[in-house]
Ligand binder design. Sequence first.
Ligand code: GRF
Length: 211
Amino acid sequence: MKRLGILLSGRGSNFLAIARAIREQHLLGAKIAVVLSNVEDAPGLASARELGLPAFAIPSAGRKRADHDAEMLARLHQHKVDLICLAGYMRIITPEFVRAFPNRILNIHPSLLPAFPGLDAQRQALEYGAKVSGCTVHFVDQEVDHGIIILQKTVEVKEDDTVETLSARILEHEHVAYSEALARVLSGEYIVQGRRYVHRDAARPSRATAR
Ligand code: GRF
């Protein structure tokens, strides 16, 4: 059984989609071990408590990033977390944090990376005039919205879209994408070639194994 740690800062709809996927047995072999938030009154934290999950606020306001991350890490280890899902966690994590869970931290971003990293990705896509956007689930590395891409889903940008309508359409896809990506990672049936996440069956033999 793989134990998931969910980190969130707000609404928590991606967390709830993951919780639903587990409940409906679409993510066999996974359970949510703990939900952590850097924001005390994050609605997602309240939802986690309603679901009876261990859920804790570790406020970050006014604290040194290293101290806050150390406390987060201690809590994740205490709950024996194998895999971390950032689900609207609006705080950059330290390199130490990333190193503690190499290729075991996932994030979801509401654009087709590497386009429109950072805040307000949906607004960025709309204002840039992109005709398609979408969402990306990726491993977290030391750079913001940069790690190896596990899965992407595209969404059409319509001419009458507002930031709200585009965000809502992307969010529907996020809720499916995160569980799909998690299922893939949990299966362990993949290898990483450079920046490429490749299903094991599709992987070309590496030089070391090629005859
Ligand atoms: C999502 O759009 C996600 O892609 C981004 O933050 C938002 C979080 O939404 N990283 P929610 O809290 O999961 O509802």
